[in-house]
Design a protein around this ligand. Structure first.
Ligand code: WT7
Length: 649
């Protein structure tokens, strides 16, 4: 979003008051802000009371060694018990936990909490049978099928931290994650369904295994049969899920884990090439996610909740698996991707009441036209959520009117893989929403916008978004790299967590997110690192140098645009060089990282000290007049690139 668009936006004066019924009956009311301000720790302690604990904590927060936080010190808890057993014990075993909907039409399964408990218990026994012990890491590389939820909860049950790798990532990406966190076992499937056809997953695991240098890594691979496609089989390593899990006992006595026991590691892109292993622990994470899920979505017992995220991202972890299940919610889980009316058919058929998706999907539906959603009865909906990137006012208003029938509040939720839980969002029963603004930090969260000297910018000004106090679901460190954790988030200003986002406060003090200020791009709500894609490009034998920028894109928010210099030996690279390089990036990282556009250029714009000026490349990619070139070592370079770009796609 440009400065100009933003200042136009901030004069946006439409306000949407909460519906009266929702406001009267809201789970969290206005008083919560003051209550949290007067005693933040007591506020989070009462949120933690919503969960079942073994040993109660002695201390809510230990912040004696910042930035390393410990929450609910001395407490013991089991995440899977909170997500399944306790609902069954409370007499809700027959309540549907998951309305699972497969991609092939008519392929559906309803799973109750009692059934989920049995499946999780069996899987926990099976994992133990494969030699997985408390503290061992397990990698999960699966499609959106119920077994992925079972696998995660089974790991949590036995205290084996999981690392879920999105099924769209390549074998290389999987291998590097298995190596970085030292995963002993991998859980996968033969394949999943994508756009009507089976799409294999197991071959990527097989390939990843060949790249591992240590025999201890991925020594067992547990495989769910989903599509029935042929798979290569290693008798020593590979085990069928339906043999190991289905035959295991459904009795499993769970152990209580320390509140700070690692729950999972989620890899995400940073501003350098190497993905960061974000570590989340148990008690605080479960407190933060379950409480905010209940608060921000105003969850009631009879709601049908649907979060469209893939489980391979943090949204799937916090707001499909741990938050909603800890709250005993009934939810929809869909294997497919949004195609025409399929989502709205699901909303109609399952009477979905709470719906959570990303702006990129909303913008795609806008382009297709309102006739498609208008053909369905979506009167069950009562609240809509947005996450992953700034939602432009136009998309917000369309979402509200066309999907929400002008009666559902829209909650624009800002958070990150690192924060674990929603941090900035309207409260649906309290806040008069402004299209385009994520509004205010939630009760118990301290956010601000500061300048280079860490001073609050004050209303009406822009700067950097920071978090000023620890929160329960905050990342605890980067897996195996405390130094990088301190450097990345805590070194810019003393005592402040730097989120990496630019933001502005409007005249009312409400927060408008402006996107990343580092070398991280946001494509369809997914985080990609410019440096990581640059390294993938230069690993191709024909490429000498590469620079990547995120250029504004109407549908995906940002799109990956690459500028490459070929090696002399590659000549002009051949006719298909662009396609060849796009494929290479997909192979190295995954299809989501494929550049939308690659321009072969003779030079890159550099400063005298050799730094690539991405700002200028961004001007080219966004088809703008090129900005100030006076600091370039050779100011004619941009003319060359411009003349080249006008002729390319
Ligand atoms: C980055 C975090 C949070 C789960 C999905 C993405 C951007 C996220 C919003 C929002 C504006 C947003 C930020 C943030 N972002 N939500 N509501 N408005 N920007 O998680 O991959 O860790 O990415 O996504 O830039 O830093 P992630």
């Amino acid at each position: 979003m440009s400065e100009q668009t933003l200042s136009n936006l901030m004069h946006e004066d439409r306000r949407f008051e909460p519906p009266a019924g929702l406001a009267a009956d809201a789970n969290v009311k206005e008083e919560a802000y003051a209550r949290a301000d007067s005693d933040r720790e007591a506020f989070w302690a009462s949120a933690a009371e919503r969960l079942d604990w073994g040993q109660k904590w002695d201390q809510v927060l230990d912040w004696s060694n910042p930035p390393f936080a410990k929450w609910f010190v001395g407490g013991t808890i089991n995440a899977s018990v909170n997500c399944v057993d306790r609902h069954v014990d409370a007499g809700n075993g027959d309540k549907v936990a998951l309305h699972w909907i497969g991609e092939p039409e008519d392929d559906t399964r309803d799973i109750t909490y009692a059934q989920l408990k049995d499946e999780v218990s069996k899987a926990a026994n099976a994992l133990t049978g494969l030699g997985v012990q408390k503290g061992d890491r397990v990698a999960i590389y699966m499609p959106m099928i119920p077994e992925v939820v079972v696998a995660m909860l089974a790991c949590a049950r036995i205290g084996a931290p999981h690392t879920v790798v999105f099924g769209g990532f390549s074998a290389d990406a999987l291998a590097s994650r298995i190596t970085d966190c030292g995963a002993k076992v991998v859980i996968t499937a033969d394949g999943g369904y994508r756009r009507g056809a089976p799409s294999a997953l197991k071959p990527a695991v097989d390939e990843a295994v060949t790249k591992l240098e240590d025999d201890e890594l991925a020594s067992k691979v547990l495989v769910v049969r989903r599509t029935g496609q042929d798979v290569d089989w290693d008798d020593d390593r590979d085990v069928w899920w339906h043999e190991a899990v289905d035959n295991a006992s459904a009795d499993h006595e769970p152990e209580l884990h320390d509140a700070e026991h690692p729950l999972f590691v989620m890899y995400t892109s940073g501003s350098t090439g190497k993905p960061k292993g974000i570590l989340h622990t148990t008690g605080g994470y479960l407190t933060g996610t379950s409480f905010t899920h209940w608060e921000v979505f105003d969850l009631k017992d009879d709601d049908v909740y649907w979060c469209t995220a893939d489980v391979g991202w943090i949204t799937g972890h916090s707001y499909m698996v741990y938050g909603p299940l800890a709250n005993g919610a009934t939810q929809v889980m869909f294997e497919g991707t949004p195609e025409k009316g399929r989502w709205w058919q699901i909303v109609q058929d399952y009477k979905v009441t709470l719906f959570y998706t990303a702006p990129t999907a909303i913008r795609t539906f806008m382009k297709q036209g309102r006739e498609i959603p208008d053909a369905y009865d979506m009167s069950s909906l009562r609240l809509l959520g947005s996450v992953g990137e700034p939602i432009n006012p136009e998309a917000y208003v369309w979402y509200r009117e066309v999907i929400g029938g002008d009666r559902c509040p829209v909650v624009d939720t800002w958070w990150q893989t690192e924060t674990g839980q929603i941090m900035i969002s309207p409260l649906p029963g309290v806040t008069a929403g402004k299209p385009g603004s994520a509004m205010k930090a939630l009760p118990g969260i301290a956010a601000d916008v500061v300048d280079d000297d860490a001073q609050s910018v004050g209303n009406g000004n822009g700067g950097y978004l920071v978090l000023k106090e620890p929160w329960p679901a905050m990342l605890r460190t980067l897996w195996g790299d405390d130094e990088r954790f301190k450097d990345t988030y805590w070194s810019r200003w003393k005592g402040l967590y730097f989120a990496g986002d630019g933001a502005k406060l409007d005249d009312d003090g409400d927060i408008w997110l402006l996107g990343r200020v580092d070398d991280v791009m946001n494509v369809s709500g997914h985080r990609l690192s410019t440096t990581e894609i640059e390294s993938a490009l230069v690993s191709h034998p024909k490429v000498a140098e590469a620079a990547v920028v995120g250029a504004a894109d109407e549908t995906t928010g940002q799109a990956v645009c690459a500028f490459v210099i070929l090696r002399d030996s590659a000549g002009d690279g051949g006719e298909d060089i662009v396609e060849e390089l796009r494929k290479h990036v997909a192979k190295e990282i995954g299809a989501i990282a494929k550049p939308r556009q690659i321009m072969v250029v003779a030079e890159l714009p550099k400063t005298r000290s050799g730094k690539i000026m991405r700002r200028l490349l961004k001007d080219v990619a966004e088809d703008r007049e090129v900005g100030d070139v006076t600091t370039l070592a050779d100011s004619t370079v941009m003319d060359l690139i411009k003349s080249k770009s006008s002729g390319s796609s």
